[in-house]
Design a binder for this molecule. Structure first.
Ligand SMILES: [Zn+2]
Length: 444
């Protein structure tokens, strides 16, 4: 049984062969933190988290390196920071707190690295310098541009020709460009914009070079999988390929995976339609597993219609399943379930199989094998509050210990310490309740 993935580069499903099974390298373009993340930002995060879990399951946890970046410098960040009167770094830090909280609520595994673009400016400058000296890039009016025509495979990912690009107005025409399809590697900063010194004057990098620099630094010249949203194929990923390939002189990524859009009532989700659903708001109404289940009911490459009906449907299933979620030491996985996921992450089929396993489990709740298949399946999809159950049982001793320390503090009238202990536990998600029989606790 081998993992098959749809590769945008070949437009076909291919058997996945990593370059090195001891170090499988995956990169996914992460969000631009200019505002609290919306559900559209989380679709790639959730589906590529499932991919990360599958790869760890196949090659071993230690043998998969997953990088998901944070874009912390961008026009949208600058505009919003100026509107709010914040510095760009303050805006990103504030947004990142919410983003991090959302990731934890949704039980997303921590990637191996989570780099921020601004930490890699020197690498970007080094790459741009090298591209100029190799004749792929040129300087013009304090800008540095990549001359797309110089890269013979330009358009291989998007299948766009230069004619398509220009006639489709997919690129900006500007005086400082030799050709309309050339793209920015470096540009001057305006007043009130963050800037870094460079051989081409103070300025900031173009968006595309950010990912190329982070990949080069953290993963090296060639990676196994590069992933992101469908909207990134052109120009972002096409440009990443051009600059990375010309810089390193080898293929950038063997597999390119792209997830589809989220639609609201048939309309593609975009900011201008005003129908953004902020994840933080969704999480205040819905159980995290409901949101994840809803997103996984559609294959990741297909568009998904996100609606209240879908969330209600997901909620009903998750509520039924909840009573049967348990911890298991048995590693047994269901063959049919795994086969579905190995077939280009067919999560709708995998969820249907979990439903069948659930039906069997309901008839035979004591059957360890079915229970293991069901629960391990949930784990692979990251739909497992089991971790929370585990966490509590592991932390029980620590909680009891803290409660007795707090009781001692209260006896000694050290109320400050008692409150401190109570707050420490609260930060860990444990709420203490004092009653006539003593102190009880619950997970919040
Ligand atoms: Zn990117």
């Amino acid at each position: 049984m081998s993992l098959k993935l749809f590769n945008t580069l070949s437009k076909s499903k291919e058997i996945f062969h990593p370059i090195d099974t001891n170090e499988v390298k995956v990169y996914a373009c992460g969000p631009t933190l200019y505002n609290n993340p919306h559900i559209g930002n989380f679709r790639p995060i959730i589906v590529f988290d499932v991919l990360f879990r599958i790869l760890r399951n196949i090659y071993g946890e230690e043998n998969v390196v997953y990088v998901r970046n944070i874009t912390d410098i961008d026009d949208k960040i600058i505009t919003r920071a100026n509107d709010l009167g914040f510095s760009t770094s303050d805006l990103v830090s504030k947004t990142q707190i919410v983003y991090q909280k959302n990731l934890e609520s949704l039980n997303i595994l921590e990637p191996s690295h989570e780099p921020k673009a601004t930490e890699y400016i020197s690498k970007m400058i080094e790459m741009i310098n090298s591209l100029i000296s190799k004749g792929y890039a040129y300087e013009s009016s304090n800008h540095v541009l990549f001359e797309a025509k110089k890269f013979k495979d330009y358009g291989a990912l998007s299948k766009f020709s230069f004619k398509d690009i220009i006639s489709g107005a997919r690129v900006e025409v500007a005086e400082y460009k030799k050709n309309p399809e050339d793209f920015i590697l470096w540009k001057p900063s305006k007043i009130n914009e963050p800037s870094w010194s460079s051989p081409w004057g103070d300025g900031r990098p173009g968006w595309h070079i950010e990912c190329s620099a982070m990949i080069a630094d953290l993963l090296g010249p060639s990676i196994d999988i590069h992933a992101g949203g469908l909207d990134l194929i052109f120009p972002h990923h096409e440009n990443e390929i051009a600059q990375s390939t010309c810089y390193h002189g080898c293929k950038m990524s063997n597999y390119w995976l792209h997830n589809g859009f989220i639609n609201f009532h048939g309309e593609k989700m975009s900011k201008s339609l005003g129908n953004i659903t902020i994840v933080d708001d969704l999480l205040s109404i819905h159980d995290p597993n409901t949101i994840k289940y809803a997103l996984l009911t559609t294959h990741y490459r297909q568009p998904i219609d996100f609606s209240d009906d879908l969330l209600t449907y997901a909620k009903n299933i998750i509520e039924k399943w909840e009573g049967f979620i348990s911890d298991t030491n048995n590693n047994k996985l269901d063959n049919e379930f795994i086969m579905a996921l190995y077939d280009d992450l067919n999560t709708p089929k995998a969820l249907m199989r979990l439903q069948q396993l659930f039906n069997e489990l309901k008839k035979s709740p004591e059957d360890d094998e079915i229970s293991s298949c069901f629960n391990n399946g949930l784990k692979i999809l990251g739909l497992n509050p089991v971790f929370e159950v585990k966490e509590i049982s592991l932390d029980k001793e620590h909680i009891e210990n803290m409660i007795s320390r707090r009781l001692d503090a209260k006896k000694n009238k050290n109320y400050k310490l008692a409150d401190q202990i109570r707050n420490e536990l609260l930060n860990e998600g444990i709420l203490l309740e004092d009653n006539k029989d003593g102190t009880s606790w619950k997970k919040i």
